[in-house]
Design a protein around this ligand. Structure first.
Ligand code: ATP
Ligand code: MG
Length: 634
């Protein structure tokens, strides 16, 4: 089945800049050869976990049932062997009525056929298992891509990674191996039938211990459940710490805090060890019991069977056959105990996976949402109220915030750190939904627009430029993978990045280190700007996008941007005067409100807070350079 992955609903019929206007855009299409999982989990939360997982198994039922059937066949075939053994001993060895090779050949033939069926069953079983694993990964990952920012603000990435690995594995193991073990246990019935056909009291005695095996299994389940849950949780904690250690290695090392990190890792690892030891302890108590109970059965068989043989009621072969059957049954019954344990672990894992899958994306397309196709770029914040998190006492980050940016206008947002500038940008691209008021583009509430078209129209260069570990060219072309090299170079040139990229050993093909750490902060920022410019969005937000770039280069970028920005609605968030000088108008933000606006000169003259904020962001702005730069700002 080819991709059913979501495609943007925006039409690309305008082509790349057909009329040269910045409002034309190429939609961000998902065209990879991604095969969507065939089924998802049952969304009904009231159902048991296994019931909810059935659709996933159901998607592979043909293969799975073949595996189970082959397994059953294989077992039935091998269950005949003890019967032949009994007959062989009685008829050929004791009474010489049938030639011995008759039974020998039959046993060999059954053994071979059983082996073949066993091969088919294993082959298909593992194939099913890995397909289910693949599907589970796909389902989780697809869901993660759909979840909204509030979810990612809350969740720890180590937890996610752990869920995507060990939890999937344990659910998958249970889904495929539990039915297999059940099939194997069902063979107990067949063997029991054979035993009954030989001697009823002896058959009952032989099976007498099996209920105890089961009872011990159930007790095991009760005591092991909490521990298996604990292990998963502790492993996830370790994953989180390791993840933060690796990603935050620069911070860790700069504070020479390796010791501290090691200690916190050791603490978590110690907890993992403790829960594993607890687990091993319980296992050590129960497993020998489960293993040795069938031996008791064997002793009983010898006792009663021996008595029957001595009294001439039974042949010697019967004891040999019973022995073989009991040995055959031992493995499935032991596995039954194991499956019970795997079941607990899988249940805990499934709950953790469902926790993600049951998480509803909060920012989604409204039914019948509009595609923002032709766009003038008129941006309006109408008395927007917003706080992060759902708690009623969460601090208001935007408090009746008003802003209008006319099409083609460039506005600088200035404010103290934490005043809500980046939040304004995030609400414009609808990373979050406003709690009150509305964000409008060309008069449309952003909540009435499709997310894909909205985000293709609003280009944001974030304050923390995240690059992927791919080539610089692919990084720049991230929003438009089909762009050719000339377009990539043009975008890089406008962002002032072309020069340094060409100096790199492999130029545009240089693969950057994780998160772009092989580049300087200013270089990363320039690549991030080029990446957004390439998409050519009619609305652009530069969130402190040039903070790490020196003033000289910044001004070159601005010169290029001025040409490119012509007719484009732009919001620059800035601390530096050099950046602010790009704007037609400055809006001063304080505690989530627009407290003043005007040209740079006006604000400087009328609003002491403005000068104060500027002085913090750019100490030189309040000094001798001020007048020189003032000229650049209308
Ligand atoms: N994801 C988040 N979850 C919870 N609170 C947040 C989140 N992001 C920001 N905040 C809070 O919202 C407030 C405004 O943050 P915002 O990032 O908009 O500030 P800013 O004006 O961009 O600051 P800076 O100049 O330092 O970038 C801050 O008090 C911050 O602590
Ligand atoms: Mg910010």
């Amino acid at each position: 089945m080819e991709s059913t992955a979501p495609r943007t609903r925006a039409r690309a019929d305008t082509g790349p800049e057909a009329d040269g206007s910045p409002s034309a855009f190429e939609p961000v299409t998902v065209t990879a050869r991604y095969r969507a999982p065939r089924a998802g989990i049952d969304p009904d939360r009231s159902r048991r976990w296994l019931r909810r997982a059935l659709p996933i198994v159901g998607a592979h039922k043909a293969m799975f049932l073949t595996a189970l059937l082959a397994s059953f066949t294989s077992l039935v075939l091998t269950a005949f062997i003890p019967l032949l053994l009994d007959k062989g001993i009685t008829n050929s060895i004791q009474h010489h009525t049938v030639p011995l090779h008759f039974y020998v050949w039959w046993i060999i033939a059954l053994g071979l056929a059983g082996g073949l069926a066993g091969y088919v069953s294993r082959r298909f079983l593992f194939q099913t298992a890995y397909r289910i694993e693949f599907d589970l990964r796909g389902i989780i990952y697809e869901h993660l891509t759909r979840l909204s920012f509030p979810f990612y603000d809350r969740v720890q990435s180590g937890q996610l990674i752990s869920r995507a690995n060990s939890d999937i594995r344990s659910v998958n193991m249970y889904l495929t191996f539990a039915p297999m073990v059940l099939v194997q246990c069902s063979i107990a019935l067949v063997a029991f039938g054979f035993m009954l056909s030989i001697d009823v009291p002896l058959a009952l005695v032989a099976m007498a211990t099996m209920p105890f095996v089961f009872v011990v299994g159930v007790r095991m389940r009760r005591s092991m459940f909490p521990v298996s849950w604990l292990i998963q949780a502790r492993l996830a904690d370790v994953a989180t710490i390791v993840d933060e250690n690796v990603n935050g290695v620069r911070v860790v090392k700069s504070f020479a805090a390796e010791g501290q990190q090691l200690r916190s890792l050791a603490r978590s690892a110690e907890k993992v060890r403790w829960s594993y030891v607890k687990d091993a302890d319980l296992r050590a108590r129960f497993t020998p019991t489960v293993q040795n109970l069938p031996q008791v059965g064997l002793a009983l068989v010898l006792m009663l069977g021996g008595y029957l043989i001595i009294n001439g009621h039974l042949g010697v072969g019967a004891i040999v056959a019973f022995n073989s059957w009991l040995i055959m049954l031992q493995a499935p019954f032991m596995m039954l105990g194991m499956i019970v344990m795997m079941g607990q672990r899988a249940a805990a894992s499934a709950e953790r996976i469902y926790e993600i899958l049951d998480e509803k994306p909060t920012v989604v397309d409204r039914p019948g949402a509009l595609d923002l196709e032709r766009c003038r770029g008129d941006v309006r914040f109408d008395s927007v109220v917003f706080s992060y998190g759902d708690e009623p006492d969460a601090p208001r980050v935007l408090d009746h915030f008003d802003l209008h940016v006319a099409p083609g206008e460039t506005v600088a947002l200035v404010g103290r750190t934490g005043s809500g500038k980046s939040t304004v940008a995030r609400l414009l691209a609808r990373f979050y939904d406003a709690d009150g008021g509305a964000v409008r583009i060309d008069g449309h509430d952003v909540r009435d627009l499709t997310l894909t078209s909205l985000r293709a129209r609003v280009g944001i260069v974030l304050d923390e430029p995240f690059l992927f570990s791919v080539s610089i060219r692919d990084n720049i072309a991230y929003g438009r993978p089909t762009a050719d090299l000339d377009e990539v170079v043009a975008a890089a040139t406008a962002a002032g990045a072309d020069g340094f990229i060409r100096e790199l050993p492999e130029g545009y093909d240089t693969v950057v280190g994780e998160r772009g750490y092989t580049l300087s902060g200013g270089q990363r920022q320039r690549i991030a700007i080029a990446r957004t410019l390439l998409v050519n969005p009619p609305m652009l937000v530069l969130d402190d996008a040039t903070s790490a770039i020196d003033v000289q280069v910044e001004q070159e970028i601005h010169a290029a941007l001025r040409q490119l920005l012509g007719g484009r609605t732009t919001v620059v968030i800035a601390h530096r005067l050099s950046t602010i000088s790009l704007a037609d108008r400055v809006v001063l933000l304080e505690r989530g409100r627009a407290v003043a606006q005007g040209t740079h000169a006006e604000l400087l003259a009328t609003t002491p807070l403005y000068a104060e904020v500027l002085a913090q962001g750019d100490p030189e702005a309040a000094g001798p350079h001020r007048r020189a730069l003032d000229g650049g700002v209308r």
